[in-house]
Write a protein that binds this ligand. Structure first.
Ligand SMILES: Cc1cc2nc3c(=O)[nH]c(=O)nc-3n(C[C@H](O)[C@H](O)[C@H](O)COP(=O)(O)OP(=O)(O)OC[C@H]3O[C@@H](n4cnc5c(N)ncnc54)[C@H](O)[C@@H]3O)c2cc1C
Length: 488
């Protein structure tokens, strides 16, 4: 059996691909829900992601997966309109005339920034159309150095810096130009007359997760099943230990753990599963807890509110906020997807990133965050009607995205940790190369597929064990690392 640690998109994609290749797989998810960072809330209609999500046109693997799962016709490409809030004014930035009318940049600056977003280097007077294809070439350059050299200082100061500040705060001066270029590329597909083209699923990304769970088989996915130990002996992975919390005494639980090829440790509520290979598809701190492999990538946290409102607040889907607000963006989902899908409600995300746990926003409880955010929205939009907010849910995650600093590629976790940890130990989480230079669902699927293909090549045909092992569970590990979404 191949054990997969983590039931986010990467773990599920790995399990799906491994099963396609004929392997016996079991996914262990620490929380009660699958989906990880892409988990959803219920609404009066379709479920919606706790953290805002959309697709970029350049992401093909997720679309292919949807097609494989029979959901190809549910991938929708729509215009996601953008605006920039500067000095008390919302500036829409979609059509050429809106961009021309934007008052905080000169015409020349707009031309230079426009060329950069099209991937054209106009320095020296002769346009180079493929100038920015090799993102890794900009890995050691800061965003400021890059933007000042490839456009102008005022493009950096008046346009890029406030965005970078909103996303990375006091880490902004170390962010690599490779991330910036990847971002430009990720969000670079435009309808010339209407704005940016972004993707979504009819039914939300939960529809894709549900189809993936069905394809993998619910009997092959255990929830509330944190993996607390990974045993390597003689340089080869042997087993995973799962903590089920309460001791499993019922006949049903006994039957289920036997069906998963596990030994019984019912008194402690732990089961140990012999594995031919293990895929760790979690944040790297969990990998470190399980294997001792330390990844030096720093992560930023996210606090993301979802307001259900009777009235629309914005005219755009996405509004970047260029001032010292306690959030970086307002994202009115129902200006992207029609509100009829959510029982007629308007849905507005309020999104903020935190760089360390000492920041005020991270220290505040949810009531304080809600109050600070709604008060700020009231001051930004005097017509905002606070009583029209019928619900305000907040999700937090301490590891929402890597901080893509210079030199990042040297820190990514290898897919196969054979020399670092042991033969048969694989990593498909957010610190893998597929999630560079921007993390995404597509990247998670790519990472899952990559390790599945490597495992398939390594194990080949007929190396499936029946896994009915009888290893005693390892004692004494203090689990503290499930990286699920916290919300209220
Ligand atoms: C605010 C925000 C906005 C985003 N916007 C977009 C977007 O617009 N488009 C896009 O494509 N992507 C977006 N993403 C990124 C996307 O959500 C992630 O890249 C993707 O979900 C990562 O999947 P994963 O499986 O690697 O990790 P995760 O989703 O983190 O899954 C890891 C899973 O492992 C589980 N786990 C942890 N420890 C253990 C353990 N010991 N045992 C068992 N299980 C364990 C966790 O509970 C979790 O379910 C966004 C993310 C955030 C936070």
């Amino acid at each position: 059996m191949i054990g997969v640690v983590g039931g986010g998109i990467a773990g599920l994609a790995a399990a799906y691909r491994l099963q396609e290749r004929g392997h016996d797989v079991q996914v262990f998810e620490a929380t009660g829900d699958i989906g990880g960072l892409a988990a959803t809330y219920e609404t009066a209609g379709d479920d919606i992601e706790k953290f805002y999500h959309h697709l970029s046109k350049s992401e093909e693997t997720i679309v292919e997966l949807a097609e494989d799962l029979g959901l190809g016709d549910r991938v929708e490409w729509r215009v996601g309109t953008n605006g920039y809030y500067v000095d008390g004014v919302v500036h829409p930035l979609d059509t050429p005339w809106e961009i021309l009318a934007y008052p905080h940049m000169s015409l020349y600056d707009k031309f230079r920034l426009g060329m950069l977003t099209l991937g054209v280097d106009v320095r020296g007077g002769i346009p180079d159309f493929d100038a920015y294809d090799d993102l890794a070439a900009y890995e050691d350059v800061t965003v400021r150095e890059f933007v000042e050299e490839h456009t102008t200082t005022s493009v950096y100061e008046n346009f890029v810096d406030p965005l970078l500040d909103g996303k990375y705060g006091d880490r902004k001066d170390e962010i690599s130009a490779a991330w910036f270029l990847g971002r430009v590329r990720f969000r670079g597909e435009r309808d010339p007359l209407r704005g940016e083209i972004l993707g979504y699923f009819d039914g939300g990304f939960g529809a894709l997760l549900d189809a993936l769970v069905d394809a993998v088989g619910r009997e092959n996915i255990s929830t509330n099943a944190p993996v607390t130990d990974l045993t390597v002996e003689d340089g080869q992975v042997q087993s995973l230990t799962v903590d089920h919390g309460e001791a499993q005494e019922s006949a049903e639980a006994q039957e289920s753990s036997e069906a998963q090829g596990s030994s019984e440790a019912q008194e402690s509520g732990e089961t140990t599963h012999d594995v031919d290979a293990a895929v760790v598809a979690t944040m790297p701190n969990v990998l470190e807890s399980l294997t001792g492999y330390a990844c030096e990538i720093d992560f930023q946290g996210a606090v993301c509110g979802l307001a259900t409102i009777e009235e629309s607040l914005l005219d755009t889907y996405w509004l970047n906020v260029a001032h010292d607000a306690p959030f970086g963006a307002l994202i009115e989902h129902t200006n992207f997807i029609e509100r009829e899908r959510y029982g007629g409600d308007h849905l507005l995300y309020v999104a903020a990133y935190v760089q360390d746990s000492e920041e005020d926003l991270w220290q505040m409880d949810n009531d304080e965050v809600r109050e600070a955010w709604l008060a700020e929205i009231e001051s930004m939009f005097p017509d905002f009607d606070r009583p029209a907010v019928s619900e305000f849910r907040i999700a937090r995650n301490p590891r929402a995205a890597p901080i893509y600093e210079r030199g990042y590629l040297d820190l990514v976790v290898p897919y196969h940790l054979d020399t670092e940890v042991g033969e048969g130990v694989y990593y498909a989480g957010m610190a893998s190369a597929a999630q560079y230079p921007e993390r995404s669902l597509n990247g998670g699927i790519l990472a899952g597929y990559e390790v599945a293909d490597r495992i398939d090549a390594a194990l080949g045909d007929g190396r499936q064990s029946d896994s009915a092992g009888d290893t005693a569970p390892e004692a004494g590990f203090d689990f503290s690392g499930a990286d699920g979404v916290e919300n209220e």
